[in-house]
Write a protein that binds this ligand. Structure first.
Ligand code: DX5
Ligand code: ZN
Length: 218
């Protein structure tokens, strides 16, 4: 399949959110990536449900909501009502991950699981068919603008291998430090969705940067 590009709104200009949304709408991006941080699971606070509701009013592409919060199972319906299409929770934040994923799917959203840099992909083997998207964090979650962790390539190879061996259907997403230097290699190794914050929004021409990332040939 062709890879998808999900610009991370965390790196956008919140003072001009509507025009940033319009830029993504008019670009060749596929999804909006929305990072929710609670100051507990990660050492930063971003935005929450009311902001997502506002974004949903103008966004013309699916909302990919990445929850970096503890107890995400308490808010599944609220995020659905706010407009989320894909809801990703952290492996490290869920005691009953299988149940949480089922609840996300029962609300007609795609169920995603993100894993921190220290978490091996093998942790997800037993629930591999219950997941629509696996997000390999290529930075420690909490902040945009960090450097890509090189070990991600190995994890991506392991996950791609596991996906084929298990004949599973989930999408593989890479989140953190993705740019036009590393995107080609990530796609080649099996990444389906590239999240890009700083490399898009801090570039001179975000629309063009998205287009370049989208055009990466294998
Ligand atoms: C990090 C977030 C990322 C972040 C990516 O905790 O999950 O989605 O916005 O930003 P960049 O692309 O700047 O690393
Ligand atoms: Zn994210």
């Amino acid at each position: 399949m062709n890879h998808l590009i999900a610009p991370s709104i965390l790196a956008s200009d919140f003072g001009n959110l509507k025009s940033e949304i319009t830029m993504v709408n008019q670009s060749s991006a596929d999804w909006f990536h929305l990072d929710v941080m609670d100051g507990i699971f990660v050492p930063n606070i971003s935005f929450g449900i009311p902001v997502i509701k506002s974004i949903a009013r103008y966004a013309q592409k699916p909302l990919d909501v990445h929850l970096m919060i503890i107890n995400p199972e308490n808010y599944i319906r609220e995020f659905k009502i706010a407009g989320a299409n894909i809801l990703t929770v952290h492996y490290e934040a869920c005691n009953h991950l299988h149940r949480t994923l089922q609840e996300i799917r029962s609300q007609n959203m795609k169920a995603g699981v993100a894993i921190n840099p220290h978490t091996p992909v093998s942790c997800l083997k037993d629930i591999i068919h219950d997941i629509d998207l696996i997000c390999i964090m290529s930075v420690n979650p909490g902040f945009g603008g960090q450097n890509f962790i090189e070990r991600t390539y190995t994890k991506l190879q392991q996950l791609t291998k596991m996906k084929h061996a298990e004949k599973a259907n989930f999408l593989i997403q890479i989140d953190g430090g993705v740019n036009n230097e590393n995107s080609k290699k990530l796609i080649k190794l099996g990444a389906n969705v590239l999240v890009a914050g700083s490399s898009v929004f801090k570039s001179k021409d975000p629309t063009h940067t998205i287009q370049l990332m989208k055009n990466q040939a294998i």
